[in-house]
Design a binder for this molecule. Structure first.
Ligand SMILES: *[C@@H]1O[C@H](CO)[C@@H](O)[C@H](O)[C@H]1NC(C)=O
Length: 342
């Protein structure tokens, strides 16, 4: 119900009651008048309480861990259980390996952190290395509305805990899920322009067979190499595992060894490049790890997003990790399909 209309109605009722009571008090004397005022006071207080309850913004559900939708039969065809196991495993790796990025850690794609960033005038700047031949990646694209909200939350929680040069935020207009590589720097498959065009056409056909995904952020994980990744589950649409299989069939020249587990579904949000400000030099590695875990847990309490994935991209990365580091790219975007069943 419209709140303003509601308030007006209550006002009218109160006014009517007060007039009635005054009339009654005139007939019955002052003692009753006092009783009438107390009554009006009580009614007013209850009304104020009710109004404030209605106006209080609904508190956001803080934990996405147990997605209700995962329990119903409709979604049991998704690989969510398998993904959950992977995410549990990823969460445990930081404890197991420790924050390698505070040493001279390697990144997920065997590039050293010092290869990826440099500091220029007190600002962190990505280092772009030419990929020859360009990497050809197929990615799903996270809806930018959700991406911007996530980025803001992460920034507001992490920024004050790190020096300016200690954090790199991914561009929220490029949050993506790696699906498949037609060529990769560890396993290059050169292609002519013609071959590239036919790969793109094949990816378009996969997009034309796939439904828009509705997804939920299951958790945020900090990897031992310092990447803050969002791990997602699927509640509607075509499962990423199915899309990966379609892509493998559609792109037969691709490297047999792909980079990712076939069901995994994550996006990188940020990279942590230094120890938190609160970690003094004399802190033990374990103490630093505890601080980092505390921050990740804060993120998990505040980030709980539903989002949509509506596009499949065929991306030529002319620089290594160009999507992650804002390097040079050639992007072809293909729309996924709306579910005809609604
Ligand atoms: C994650 O999985 C890998 C490969 O199966 C295994 O070696 C590792 O111990 C697991 N990590 C954790 C923390 O469970």
């Amino acid at each position: 119900m419209n709140l303003i209309a509601f308030v007006k109605t209550v006002d009218q009722v109160l006014a009517f009651m007060e007039t009635a009571w005054r009339r009654y008090a005139r007939m019955m004397g002052t003692r009753s008048l006092n009783v009438a005022y107390i009554l009006v006071f009580v009614v007013l207080c209850s009304w104020l309480l009710l109004a404030s309850l209605i106006q209080t913004p609904r508190i956001r559900v803080q934990q996405c861990r147990l997605l209700q939708s995962l329990n119903d039969k409709r979604t049991s065809s998704y690989s969510n259980d398998e993904r959950l196991k992977l995410y549990e495993n990823m969460t445990g790796e930081l404890d197991k390996q420790g924050p390698l990025f505070l040493g001279d850690g390697k990144t997920s794609q065997s590039l050293k952190l010092s290869d990826l960033f440099s500091v220029i005038n007190g600002k962190i700047v990505p280092v772009h290395k030419v990929a020859n031949p360009p990497v050809r990646a197929v990615v799903l694209y996270l809806d930018p509305d959700a991406a911007h909200e996530i980025k803001q939350t992460i920034e507001s929680i992490l920024s004050r805990h790190f020096p300016k040069t200690g954090l790199w935020f991914q561009d929220p207009d490029l949050y993506h899920f790696s699906m498949h590589h037609a060529s990769h720097h560890q396993n290059p498959v050169p292609a002519t322009l013609e071959e590239i065009n036919s790969e793109a056409a094949a990816v378009r056909q996969v997009a034309e067979k796939s439904l828009i995904l509705e997804i939920e952020l299951e958790r945020v994980v900090l990897t031992p190499s310092g990447v803050l990744v969002g791990c997602w589950q699927v509640s509607k649409g075509t499962d990423p595992a199915v899309i990966r299989e379609e892509l493998r069939n559609a792109l037969p020249r691709s490297p047999a060894k792909q980079l990712y587990n076939p069901v995994i579904f994550y996006t990188s949000f940020a990279r942590i490049l230094s120890a938190p400000l609160t970690a003094r030099k004399d802190y033990s590695a374990d103490a630093v790890l505890e601080i980092l875990k505390g921050l990740v847990s804060q993120l998990n309490q505040n980030l709980c997003s539903k989002a949509a994935v509506k596009e499949l991209w065929y991306v030529e990365e002319l620089d290594l990790l160009a999507l992650a580091l804002k390097g040079r790219t050639r992007i072809r975007r293909f729309q996924l399909q709306s579910d005809p069943k609604g």
